[in-house]
Design a protein around this ligand. Structure first.
Ligand SMILES: [Zn+2]
Length: 381
């Protein structure tokens, strides 16, 4: 595949406290996963905890890393993930926050954190916390310099029960005082009546010093934290499903943001980028490919809003249907050297597994529809 000259990309990288998943700096989004891993560096052992404690949410956000990886691939977006447990140090806290290194978490005493000296605390900050935040700052700066301000999307998961009370929300959007991205996402998720969507529930998204506070607020970047309920995202299928649902909601939002005026802060970042004359203009013209991609997304969004339009009617009238779009995506992905499975390609079109869409929206074909279908005998269906 020939890369356009103006496309800049962020490279995949693994370091002591973090991993970066590569992506386009002009993807319009940076993904973060602060609580990606329950691993601990060898010298810390298990921090004195039973292994079973490290499998619980106190150690990490179950499912969040896999969802972040899927979203990074689906959106072509860079992502930064932590490599170690929040029990070692909580990346999503300011370095002066008293809960940065927990002595007690959800009833469990953490022996390895109980007697921490000031020097040990400083060491953990310098070795594991600071490199992560430096990496996020670099990725965000590179993205801003592309001329397209990114939103910051911070992926977390929450327990399904808290202090004995079940949580009703499938997914929750947490935000602080800027609702630009949150409002659009809430609309997107709530379009599905079957979902219970939290709005700053079970807690408010404003936490001084947290990751978004550090990296979104200073640049006036739109941002949210998303919490998926752990019982939904504990399996490979659940992770893939929720990533697909989320990508389908995010894509049109990102396209609509892209057309809006950039903030003075973004313009300064663009101007500061060296050796990139083509992006000195504050409103870089979209490429033909970007326009075509935006039109495709609108087509898909439209088809999702009109599940009453049956595939068989599309086939009879026009000789193509939603499954053809899935086939085309699968064929194109193979041609471009990143093959997708048929199921994954279909899910990208339907926004959910095909079987789920069928059981939700597909009606039995009438004799008339079936007769027309048989007469026309369209291709491989
Ligand atoms: Zn979390």
């Amino acid at each position: 595949m020939v890369k356009s000259k103006s496309t800049t990309s962020i490279a995949t990288q693994t370091a002591a406290g973090y991993r970066v998943l590569g992506g386009r700096s002009d993807a319009g989004i940076v993904l973060l996963c602060d609580h990606a891993s329950n691993a601990l560096p060898a010298e810390f052992g298990t921090l004195g905890l039973a292994n079973s404690e490290l499998q619980r949410h106190i150690a990490y956000d179950i499912g969040a890393a896999a969802i972040t990886e899927h979203l990074s691939r689906m959106l072509g977006a860079p992502a930064v993930l932590s490599r170690y447990s929040r029990l070692l140090i909580d990346i999503n806290r300011g370095d002066d926050d008293p809960t940065l290194i927990m002595r007690l978490s959800d009833g469990a005493v953490i022996p390895g954190n109980a007697q921490l000296t000031t020097v040990e605390r400083r060491q953990r900050i310098n070795t594991y916390w600071k490199p992560y935040h430096d990496a996020v700052a670099r990725v965000v700066a590179n993205c801003r310099a592309s001329g397209r301000a990114p939103v910051i999307f911070s992926v977390h998961s929450m327990t399904n029960v808290w202090k004995g009370v079940p949580r009703p929300w499938h997914v929750s959007i947490l935000w602080s005082d800027d609702d630009r991205l949150a409002a659009a996402l809430l609309d997107g998720f709530r379009a599905d009546d079957a979902l219970v969507v939290g709005d700053n529930q079970p807690y408010h998204g404003s936490l001084e010093g947290d990751t978004l506070w550090q990296h979104a607020r200073p640049h006036n970047l739109r941002s949210v934290t998303i919490e998926y309920r752990q019982d939904l995202v504990g399996t490979v299928d659940g992770q893939r499903h929720w990533a697909c649902v989320t990508a389908a909601i995010l894509e049109p939002i990102l396209s609509s943001f892209d057309l809006r005026a950039r903030t003075p802060g973004d313009q300064r970042a663009v101007a500061a980028a060296t050796d990139q004359e083509q992006i000195m203009s504050t409103s870089p013209a979209p490429t033909r490919t970007e326009l075509e991609a935006a039109v495709y997304r609108r087509l898909v969004a439209h088809l999702r809003e009109r599940p009453d339009v049956q595939n068989i009617d599309l086939m009879n009238l026009a000789g193509f249907c939603r499954n053809c779009l899935g086939n085309w995506m699968q064929e194109e992905s193979a041609r471009q050297g990143v093959p997708m499975s048929k199921d994954a390609a279909r899910e990208a079109v339907y926004g959910m597994p095909y079987e789920q869409w069928r059981s939700k929206h597909q009606t039995a074909a009438t004799a008339e529809q079936q007769a027309a279908f048989d007469t026309n005998k369209p291709h491989d269906h």
